[in-house]
Design a protein around this ligand. Structure first.
Ligand code: GAL
Length: 668
């Protein structure tokens, strides 16, 4: 009898354990592996951190995400049922969002919601998942853009037949960062732009970018009259009065040897002969930027060694001015002084001193304003004070101005071309009156095809798109859409697909590592280099990790961006999810990016997931597609390694969302 009760007890315990343990809520899982097209997935909250609400119905449990979103779960055949309520979160404006939910089991669609918008009621999901090994939860943008696509999986629950430890369920598809580029050697090597434009009589600042063991000494032959070089730092300053082209031979010397390279200085009307390279505060600090953070960024530009690869600008974005009606005391004050000269807020106590510090390191400094009365973040902008502002920037020693449309939308009569051009021409005229070379960066998100007239209004670069974020859909959507703009770029005038989202980003003060995978980051830097885009690092400069530094310090990649011909890459192949972009280089070689972005809209739901396999695509580069017949030499630019000599075509595997970046040259 005793023995019998014991068996009953064991059976009961097993039964209780099973019936208790087999329900898992989605919000209990490690959401870091969930892909999310914007922001970060949240447990028991919407993607913006609000309570989960679909068409007025509130849910305690669930996950808030954003299209395109994928989550792959390993159920090992132990699944029973998946239930949830899905829909667009109430936090978005009606009619803007359109999303579609899918439940995919082992590559087969088990359930789909159809297109859902706000204010559709939550749809109930109840799916038999028995036998399913890998369960994929997918939210797509329903075939349009991802804007406003806030998606909720509410009360989402997986019932199992057997226990699986929570930690084993989530399939981690994220690839660890991997470094491709060898470290620079101890030998001296001169890097960065080898052509430099300056206007006659304006202050000149150029720092010889050189890698190699320190101490290093610098010298220059044929330096034009009016310039002098600091042999210990490599910083060249002064003024050249006479227009013309000067060929200077730079050298950098250390105990291991001596490197020499020619620098062409062109004194004339054009500046920015190669795309500007530097840092901008927005993608990391947004409005939490202050003097200390800018100083720290300048320090880090030097201490990280980035300056030795040609990185130059330290650009302050929005939020340095006084904010009318600000609640925060440090942002309050008189907008301008009695002469109409703009004031800084208390976070920037002395802009001139800050500019001096930045210059003393051999770097340049940039600032931000806009043609309306207010900036995008509601701070004082330049409307009707353009000349005073240009003057103020010149007095401070500013080298770069980003000029952002924003509140000018209230001033412009309409969106006709003359109205779009007008405010940019006004500031151009003001900048031309001050004795300083200030790179003029237009920011109006591509309105009126700005690339067609940005040069005409005197822009050195112009944003071709809205704001970038650190997600695949944002970065790839922007980057791969630049095709066709190439004819508008050239020395002194560049298309700008927005700033880099690598390293620690977050629109501050809280930062997070870029949501782009390592392969996506290689794609980002390769594509922006091919596109002759301004390269503005959007990261916290004082905390650059090895992977990010590796992305930003490959001189052969930078050379593609800084090539003096300034010919923007064009797309020469776009099929089966693969793309090839090619850029002509001054030395007669071709820079070629083989990409596998897999962007097609009509994708099968199953193809959004990796299913635990590493995906890549076989890609063929035909010599004739890049104008080379017969034999050609191929170099892997990220690895800085020759691959070999090929005839007619070259074939390679390109990682999913990744790139193989090549330099190809005809073999004679
Ligand atoms: C946006 C601009 C961003 C950033 C921001 C500042 O309009 O596109 O890059 O400058 O304003 O408020």
């Amino acid at each position: 009898m005793k023995y019998f009760s014991f068996i009953i007890l064991i059976v009961a315990v097993i039964f209780v354990q099973q019936s208790v343990a087999q329900s898992i809520y989605l919000d209990e899982l490690d959401l870091s592996a969930m892909e999310c097209g914007w922001g970060t997935p949240e447990a028991n909250k919407s993607v913006e951190g609000n309570p989960l609400i679909i068409a007025g119905q509130k849910f305690e449990h669930g996950v808030g995400t954003h299209a395109v979103s994928t989550f792959l779960l390993n159920l090992d055949g132990k699944g029973k049922r998946f239930t949830a309520f899905v829909g667009v979160d109430d936090e978005v404006v009606p009619e803007k969002a359109s999303i579609q939910f899918y439940v995919v089991g082992d590559k087969k669609v088990l359930w789909e919601s159809g297109v859902m918008k706000k204010p559709d009621a939550a749809k109930k999901v109840d799916v038999d998942i028995s036998g399913v090994k890998l369960l994929g939860l997918l939210v797509t943008d329903a075939g349009d853009w991802i804007d406003y696509d806030h998606a909720d999986w509410c009360d989402a629950k997986i019932e199992l037949t057997e226990n699986i430890p929570l930690a084993d369920i989530v399939v981690k598809t994220k690839v660890e960062p991997y470094i491709l580029t060898p470290k620079p050697s101890d030998l001296p090597k001169i890097n960065g732009a080898n052509v430099f434009g300056v206007r006659p009589g304006n202050p000149f600042l150029y720092t010889i970018a050189a890698t190699g063991k320190r101490p290093m000494t610098f010298s220059a032959e044929n330096l034009p009259d009016g310039l002098s070089l600091d042999g210990a730092t490599g910083i060249i300053t002064g003024k050249i009065i006479k227009e013309g082209e000067y060929k200077v031979t730079l050298s950098a010397k250390n105990v291991f040897g001596n490197a020499r390279r020619e620098l062409r200085i062109k004194v004339g009307s054009q500046i920015s002969l190669t795309p500007p390279m530097g840092w901008n505060s927005w993608n990391c600090w947004a409005c939490s930027v202050d003097d200390a953070k800018v100083r720290a960024s300048a320090d880090a530009m030097v201490s990280s060694g980035l300056i030795n690869h040609g990185w130059t600008y330290i650009n302050i974005d929005d939020c340095w001015e006084i904010k009318p009606d600000a609640k925060e005391p440090e942002l309050q004050g008189e907008l301008r002084d009695k002469n109409g000269m703009i004031n800084t807020n208390k976070k920037f106590p002395d802009m001139k001193a800050l500019a001096d510090i930045v210059h003393s390191k051999g770097l340049k400094i940039g600032i931000y304003s806009g043609p309306g009365p207010l900036t995008c973040a509601g701070f004082t902008a330049s409307y009707q004070y353009e000349l005073q502002d240009a003057q103020r920037y010149a007095d401070w020693g500013i080298d770069y101005l980003k000029y952002d449309w924003c509140s000018y939308s209230k001033i412009a009569k309409d969106r006709s071309l003359p109205e779009l051009k007008k405010p940019y021409q006004v500031m151009r005229d003001a900048l031309s009156k001050v004795p300083r070379d200030i790179v003029y960066s237009l920011c109006q998100y591509g309105m009126g095809n700005v690339w067609e007239w940005g040069e005409e209004v005197g822009g050195n670069c112009w944003r071709t798109t809205g704001d970038i974020t650190d997600t695949w859909s944002s970065m790839s959507g922007i980057g791969f859409n630049q095709s066709g703009h190439e004819k508008f770029a050239g020395p002194g005038h560049w298309n700008d697909p927005d700033m880099l989202v690598v390293g620690l980003v977050g629109w501050g003060p809280q930062l997070h590592p870029s949501n782009l995978t390592p392969d996506e980051q290689y794609t980002h830097i390769s594509l922006w280099s091919l596109l002759c885009s301004p390269l503005l690092i959007g990261a916290d400069m004082s905390r650059l990790d090895d992977f990010t530094l590796n992305l930003l310090t490959n001189d052969e990649v930078i050379e593609i961006n800084q090539d003096p011909l300034g010919i923007q890459a064009r797309r020469i192949f776009n099929e089966d999810g693969k793309q090839i972009w090619m850029k002509e280089m001054e030395d007669g070689s071709k820079a070629v990016g083989l990409f596998y972005p897999d962007l097609s809209d009509k994708k099968e739901p199953a193809s959004y997931f990796s299913w635990g396999e590493k995906k890549s695509a076989k890609t063929i580069l035909k010599g004739t597609d890049i104008g080379i017949s017969g034999k050609f030499k191929v170099r892997d630019v990220w690895r800085q390694k020759d691959i070999g000599v090929f005839e007619n075509q070259f074939e390679t595997e390109v990682p999913y969302h990744g790139v193989v970046l090549l330099k190809v040259v005809k073999k004679h």
